[in-house]
Unconditional design. Structure first.
Length: 238
């Protein structure tokens, strides 16, 4: 059995410095600019924590502050991140994930992932899988999780709505989470702060850092869309 794929991200609101790190690529976001770092980062799990290193002055430790949240074959932790990146000392929130079941791209058109982090006790996470040939979000398989203080819940239903630019990049989004025994969904809204598109192994990945607002709290996180590397055809917001 192969080792799970590790993916890490941190979001430093104070310095407007963020990054997404995976085995094939590392992207650093500074304010509204994004750049891919040369070479792949070294990512590892050491006990209950995760670590990332890169020769471009990046050395980080990810200490989980939440229990593992399992969504669509991936275990995700909200983390406190410390270390250094781009000449700055880092102390902020981020995420660590281990993917045990890689997406079956023979059966999918798109994979969308959302993280919205507000503090160590408040966060929303979602993963949407769009089957091959599906039209719009109505046929997506969406799984999500909400952390709200002592409350942690898996919604009975979740939806990610998105406004795209002409090239298919995400510009604004809404997240709706229907919790058991609640009549109305919990809602979060987000807007893009910085983004970059990459091509990895026949897939196009639109990476974006989003500013989020939910229930009176301001936060930050990621909204990533992975699709087959084919010409984009504009469609209705989904």
């Amino acid at each position: 059995m192969s080792e799970p794929a590790v993916s890490l991200a941190f979001f430093d609101q104070e310095r407007e410095l963020h990054a997404t790190l995976r085995s094939g690529a590392a992207v650093l976001f500074e304010r509204d600019e994004a750049r891919a770092l040369d070479g792949a980062p070294a990512l590892e799990r050491a006990g209950d924590q995760f670590a990332a290193r890169h020769g471009d002055g990046l050395e980080l430790s990810f200490a989980p502050v939440s229990a593992a949240i399992e969504l669509a074959g991936t275990a995700i932790w909200v983390c406190r991140v410390s270390g250094s990146a781009a000449g700055h000392q880092i102390d902020c929130l981020g995420t660590a994930s281990e993917t045990f079941e890689p997406p079956a791209w023979s059966e999918l058109d798109a994979l969308r992932t959302v993280s919205a982090l507000f503090d160590e006790e408040h966060a929303a996470l979602a993963v949407a899988l769009r089957p091959r040939g599906a039209v719009g979000h109505g046929q997506e398989r969406v799984s999500a999780h909400l952390l709200a203080g002592e409350e942690a819940a898996a919604p009975e239903k979740a939806r990610i709505s998105t406004v795209y630019d002409p090239d298919g990049r995400q510009r604004a989004a809404g997240l709706e989470l229907w919790l058991p025994e609640e009549d109305f969904p919990r809602r979060a809204s987000g807007t893009v702060q910085a983004g970059m598109s990459l091509t990895l192994e026949g897939l196009r990945v639109n990476l974006a850092v989003f500013a989020w607002r939910m229930e009176g709290r301001d936060g930050v996180g990621a909204y990533e869309i992975t699709v087959r590397d084919e010409p984009y055809e504009p469609a209705a917001a989904a």
